[in-house]
Design a protein around this ligand. Structure first.
Ligand code: COA
Length: 353
């Protein structure tokens, strides 16, 4: 079934991309810093001081096949649909951002289409790590503004707890990441009073790919020319994320202010016009540094990394969903979502709610 809508009666310039619904979902299982210090040489003080993280959610155990990335996305999508007062049949297109898919291929978008029982709509997978949700929103916005689709489900979801090194060797990375999912329904609207995405920007700098990456399974470093993964890579712990933490930190605190300024300028706005800034939840110290540099008061910045850790593509939609639930964002407010991460990639979405 072709879900492309006939918007011939609608004048293109009148179409707005409005957030019609939002939702999030995290696995029940909470893992505190003390829980981690029982399995590796770390402690609550180090983690809290360096990152602000106090706890994160991990799927229940390593044999829990149910709580996959697509499943977390499905639960977040269900909540977003309910919030929007829509059903899966109303969705015209899916954009799914994750770096931790259920399969090497296919991506999670098609799995979500099946789980929700949508028609045979298109499902696009976005591989932009921490910037994944920002990239996903920009794609959905472009489809809506170009009359392609009416209701787009945009999801960010991750299961990190399955791919981290919980030995002392991996402690600099594994304490940071958590599992979770968030979703938004972006809808076309002709209503003059409805919200709209005002501007987006996206950037990349691939020369830094190996400053934050997972190399295996992959096709670049294979020991034989026909294998994506060999047993040696598992025993050498080369299947886990590599992160040059200081390097990532320095680039993040430079790129965040640039992308925020750029998206505000593109919409003819200034930092004083902003009602809420939701940064990707990478590290509370990064968010605080950026807040200070931009001169934003506490009530205009939303952070929840303390409870969830860094959930990569899921971090912005989880934070957005919580900020909306807690009524920290009201209709008409100007909101900026900004992300920086592996790639490097970074970017922002500026919208009027
Ligand atoms: N518990 C206790 N000690 C730890 C530890 C842990 N979990 N992880 C690392 N350490 C130790 C290191 O071994 C090192 O010890 P040494 O001085 O004896 O060698 C010391 O703590 C300092 O390590 P370092 O890596 O320099 O710390 P840092 O101040 O740079 O903080 C990060 C590390 C990862 C918290 C920080 O670099 C960061 O947040 N970077 C950005 C990461 C990020 O945002 N990633 C996602 C991108 S979207």
């Amino acid at each position: 079934m072709n879900k492309m809508i006939n918007l011939s009666k609608v004048t293109k310039h009148m179409i707005k991309s409005t957030i019609k619904g939002y939702g999030h979902y995290v696995p029940e299982n909470v893992v505190t810093n003390d829980d981690l210090s029982a399995v590796m040489n770390t402690n609550d003080e180090w983690i809290t001081e360096r990152t602000g993280i106090r706890e994160r959610h991990h799927r229940k155990n390593r044999n829990d096949a149910e709580e996959t990335t697509a499943y977390l996305g499905f639960r977040a999508a269900e909540n977003a649909l309910k919030n929007a007062n829509l059903t899966a049949k109303d969705i015209d297109y899916i954009v799914f951002a994750t770096l931790s898919p259920d399969y090497y291929f296919p991506g999670c978008g098609v799995l979500l289409q099946e789980m929700l029982g949508c028609d045979t709509i298109g499902a696009l997978d976005v591989r932009n790590q921490c910037s994944g949700f920002v990239y996903a929103m920009s794609v959905a916005n472009a489809f809506i503004k170009s009359n392609m689709y009416k209701n787009i489900l945009v999801v960010g979801a991750e299961v990190h707890s399955f791919g981290l090194d919980f030995s002392d060797e991996g402690r600099g990375v594994s304490v940071i990441f958590g599992d979770g999912a968030g979703a938004v329904i972006l809808s076309a609207s002709e209503d003059g009073d409805s919200g709209d995405i005002l501007a987006v920007n996206m950037h990349s700098e691939g020369k830094y790919a190996e400053e934050l990456c997972v190399q295996f399974p992959g096709t670049k470093f294979g020991w034989s020319d026909r294998m994506r993964l060999e047993p040696e890579q598992v025993t050498n712990r080369e299947i886990y994320p590599i992160m040059n933490g200081n390097f990532v930190f320095k680039h993040a605190v430079t790129r965040f202010p640039e992308t925020i300024q750029e998206v505000l300028s593109a919409a003819g706005k200034t930092i004083e016009d902003l009602d809420m800034f939701i940064p990707h939840q990478a590290n509370l110290r990064i968010a605080q540094f950026v807040q200070q540099k931009m001169g934003l008061p506490d009530e205009k910045v939303f952070n929840n990394i303390q409870k969830y850790g860094n959930t990569t593509a899921a971090s912005i939609p989880i934070a957005l969903s919580e900020a909306l639930q807690q009524e920290k964002i009201k209709r008409g407010d100007l909101v900026c979502l900004s992300a920086f991460g592996s790639g490097f990639t970074w970017g922002s979405v500026l919208f009027q709610y």
